[in-house]
Design a protein around this ligand. Structure first.
Ligand code: SF4
Ligand code: FES
Length: 247
């Protein structure tokens, strides 16, 4: 607790304040501390499914994005062991999907690729799955390549909670899980999704792409060519805080 009575938690060596209702992730980002994450997005309810944000508190491992901050918590996050675990998760995500960066339009804008750089990932380590899930090119403006989907659930939450359209869902479990489109045909062409929807723009990888925009921004000038994933995460958090203040 600080001198003025504010509740605090300690992340690695830093003591930071938090307010009631904040998760460890919220408090960390508000204090400028980056905890790696892929399925957390400011303004959307957390789903806790990518496990990149797992931290240790006491003798427990918890997802920072779903665990409420509690006074006196001692959290370990940026340690060699935690980052090695995150690198292994990232390597698994790479081999589960067809993340062939040089041939993907999302290269340079992809959070999975940026995470790999952040964690010093130099190879896939695990054998490739060579994923063959259905690609849906039926929509005139939006492409869905399920072979690159990391099942982060962001498009599902964005469409349901922000766009109010409920276009996507995740069906099946384990290796059979995949993203489905909530239309009788199962095709994106029959869904009410628009290019301006958050769901069409939130995908952290190249699974949902807006068509006919390829190479509008040249490689070398893309988001993660200019900024680190940590800088972008902190910017996304600040932008949401400004939106919350204005509303
Ligand atoms: Fe996440 Fe993209 Fe897959 Fe949707 S399509 S679940 S946003 S990776
Ligand atoms: Fe917490 Fe994905 S960001 S589990």
């Amino acid at each position: 607790m600080t001198d003025d009575g504010t509740n605090t938690i300690r992340i690695d060596e830093q003591e930071i304040p938090f307010t009631a209702g904040q998760t460890i992730m919220d408090a960390a980002l508000a204090a400028g501390i980056y905890i790696p994450h892929l399925c957390h997005y400011p303004g959307l309810s957390p789903s806790g499914n990518c496990r990149l944000c797992v931290v240790e508190t006491g003798n427990r491992s918890v997802a920072a994005c779903t665990t409420p901050a509690a006074a006196g918590q001692q959290i370990r996050s940026d340690t060699p062991e935690m980052n090695a675990a995150r690198k292994a998760i990232t390597q698994m995500l790479f081999v589960e999907g067809n993340h062939i960066c040089p041939s993907c339009e999302k290269t340079g804008n992809c959070k999975l690729q940026a995470m790999a750089y952040h964690l010093g990932m130099l190879d896939d380590h695990f054998p490739q799955f060579y994923q063959r899930r259905e690609i849906d090119a039926s929509h005139p403006e939006i492409l869905l390549d399920r072979c690159r989907c990391i099942l982060c659930d962001l498009c599902v939450r964005a469409s349901r909670d922000i766009d109010k359209k409920n276009v996507f869902a995740i069906a099946g479990r384990g290796t059979n899980a995949q993203l489905i489109v909530n239309t009788p045909s199962g095709k994106l062409a029959d869904a009410s999704i628009a290019v301006t929807d958050l769901a069409a723009n939130i995908c952290p990888v190249g699974a949902i792409l807006i068509k006919e925009q390829g190479y509008q921004v040249p490689i070398g000038k893309r988001i993660f060519d200019q900024s680190t994933i940590k800088e972008i995460a902190l910017q996304e958090h600040s932008a949401q805080q400004e939106t919350d203040r204005d509303s």
